[in-house]
Design a protein around this ligand. Sequence first.
Ligand code: ZN
Length: 374
Amino acid sequence: MDNYLDAGSQCSLDIMAEEYLGNWVFTQDGLVPGCLRSREGVAEEFLLGDPPPESTRSIVLPAFVNAHTHLGDSFAYPAPKGSVEEMVGPDGYKHRVLASATDEEKRSGMRSSLDLMWRTGTTSFIDFREEGLQGISCLRDATIDSNVGGVVLGRPEGSSCTDDDLRALIGQCDGLAFSSISDWPPDLLETASRMCKGSDKMFALHASESRREDIEAILHLEPDFLVHMTAASEDDIAACVDRRVPIVVCPRSNKAFGLSPDIPMLLKLGASVALGTDNAMICGPDMISEMRAAYHLSASVGGLSEFDAVRLATCSGHKVLNPKRKITMELSTSDDLVVVDVQGEDPLLELVSSDGSVEVSAVIQDGMVRRVRV
Ligand SMILES: [Zn+2]
């Protein structure tokens, strides 16, 4: 496998008089014929119906949202194989390499990950950032010149932290996120959750990844969302549905640990499901690859429609990102959008299932059409 950290890219704003982007538009009714008209690099309107002949052979869809990352360990890609505990547990490989790397090594790895996100059509992400205040500032520094926006959820450096330490962390980021309830004292998690709620910030957790954890103890903390739930029972999922707690699944990361989310079951039970790429030392933060993994692994457990696969990687992530905003699938030229070039006769199937034939050609952000070139 190529090392994604080595790939370079350029982004530029092309000013062309008038342009028609796409032969198809991804809407709440599925993929429909249409295009996005732009003038001098500014997205002006969607035109539904048969596109003009000069329109590009592409799909226009909402930009991807990566609902779970750990960009801090990008520099350690590719990581060796190991179990969840050996690799990402409290004393595992990841924490050892984080402790031995310099901030500049970490920032450089994060910048490569941000670059990969941009080239593959992701404009926003939610990161679980380890290493306390220093970890938060390191990620903030790395994102300064990036068009990709991150929700940064911090974590104390150890369980001996004080309330003042938690308050200081929350003041510097968008909320707190913890490894799992099993790794932290219950009273610390309760205090952290209460402080996040009081500051209108996010509180999130990994949950039931390789072994089932007590869902009532988890939901008692009122998390904004949970990550993994691969070892959860159907009753556990139903409890999340009852409390309206979204679940973020990470198929490629799970696969590296011999695990697998049952996405059709989650959807059948009514869960709100989004996709994330998890530890960047294990998988590059490329949401097209993640969406394809979700689509393929679901085939053996009931299947996932092409429409749902795209929805999980786009609109569902927006719901996790903006829990208080009503998210619709009606596209607007002011939304973050992505233009993906396709080749075959079944563009949606090609997008979610084929191996490498699609290419992101442009990202629309703040109404501006920005070219993406590898
Ligand atoms: Zn994670």
